[in-house]
Design a protein around this ligand. Structure first.
Ligand SMILES: [Fe+2]
Ligand SMILES: [Fe+2]
Length: 361
């Protein structure tokens, strides 16, 4: 089923900005939190690793990476003449949603930095905000090529902010940074094998780009390892929840862009399971549990959730009283499907002795 889930296409700067501002279950969110709690986070338990990591950030090996090279424009011009209208739309949607999540990190890290005095966390937030602002800016240039650039100041002022407890921010940030790495590296490796499928030059930047995301995730791994209460007891139920929420959202979202994945020679389901596999391996550095992504009920449950999301989308497009009733019905079904997925048995694993990993995928 190849129907794009958005009935509205991105044809103008207003459309792009509206898409970025949108708040749905699936669109990237902006977050706010309890900043005082961030002020109290201690990394003493991991001091030597922490200091080594700060040295890496300080070294800033990507300081000159996010600039276009001379070949960029020619490659883009040659490639875009071959895009189908559907691919064009899915690519714009991919850019807008990627930019929104990069910028979401940038805003949150900056806010934490401004509102705390804890020198360790403040230093980390400064580096992470620096990186995310480069990432967001680089994607925005690619939207600007089509007159679709996002007004970041306006977005910052007008998008809805979701409050997350600090603990939730830690789990969600760790996971989204690591998944971000796994997503970008999987695309990069695929296009390295098949350069003829690289339909936009921006994908050449993904390797060094995702090393930033990997390091961001490492920082949160150290924060959790320095505060091991976050990794045991009842918190395991929370970790399980965040793992599933992040994986399920990604699965539904990626299946809304089948043409984009096909253009890279990837298929959304196989691509997502590859990303899950990499993420599961990485998370052995912190989590004593992992979702059992090969469990038949996990696979069928995700697929079921996707079908419900599509039915929900169709009801939304239908509108009116019937459409609204259908939406409520499908929302209830989604909750049941999610709950069943939540109780699919998880795998337990031994947490790695060494807290740091290298991005070797
Ligand atoms: Fe980023
Ligand atoms: Fe990041």
């Amino acid at each position: 089923m190849n129907t794009p889930s958005h009935t509205h296409t991105i044809d103008s700067r207003d459309d792009a900005n509206e898409r970025a501002r949108q708040s749905t279950m699936l669109s990237p969110r902006f977050y706010t939190t309890d900043f005082d709690a961030f002020d109290r986070i201690s990394v003493e338990g991991m001091r030597s690793q922490w200091d080594a990591m700060m040295q890496e950030y300080e070294g800033d090996n990507n300081h000159d990476h996010f600039q276009r090279d001379e070949a960029f424009q020619d490659e883009l011009s040659a490639a875009m003449s071959k895009w189908s209208p559907e691919l064009r739309q899915e690519l714009f949607d991919f850019f807008v949603s990627s930019l929104t999540s990069e910028f979401s990190g940038c805003i949150l890290y900056n806010e934490i930095r401004k509102k705390i005095e804890n020198p360790d966390i403040q230093q980390l937030m400064t580096y992470m905000a620096r990186d995310e602002s480069r990432h967001a800016g680089f994607i925005n240039q690619s939207l600007r090529d089509f007159g679709l650039n996002i007004d970041l100041g306006e977005l910052k002022r007008n998008k809805h902010y979701t409050y997350f407890k600090p603990k939730y921010i830690i789990y969600a940030t760790y996971l989204s940074e690591k998944i971000g790495y796994a997503r970008y590296i999987t695309i990069y490796r695929q296009l390295e094998r098949h350069p003829e499928l690289r339909f936009h030059p921006i994908f050449r930047w993904f390797e060094r780009w995702c090393n930033d995301e990997f390091r961001h995730g490492e920082s949160f791994a150290l924060i959790m390892r320095a505060n091991p209460d976050l990794l045991r007891g009842m918190n395991l139920w929370l970790i399980r929840f965040f793992l599933l929420a992040v994986y399920a959202t990604m699965y539904v979202r990626d299946h809304q862009r089948p043409i984009l994945h096909n253009a890279m020679g990837l298929e959304a389901t196989a691509y997502d399971y590859e990303v899950f596999r990499i993420t599961n391996t990485i998370t052995e550095q912190v989590f004593p549990i992992a979702l059992d992504i090969d469990h038949p009920e996990f696979r069928s449950g995700l697929e079921h959730l996707l079908q419900i999301a599509r039915a929900h989308e169709a009801a939304k497009d239908r509108g009116g009283l019937v459409g609204n009733l259908q939406r409520a019905w499908h929302a209830g079904r989604a909750l049941v499907a999610f709950t069943r997925l939540y109780f699919v048995p998880v795998k337990t694993q031994a947490v790695l002795a060494e807290p740091r990993l290298r991005p070797t995928w």
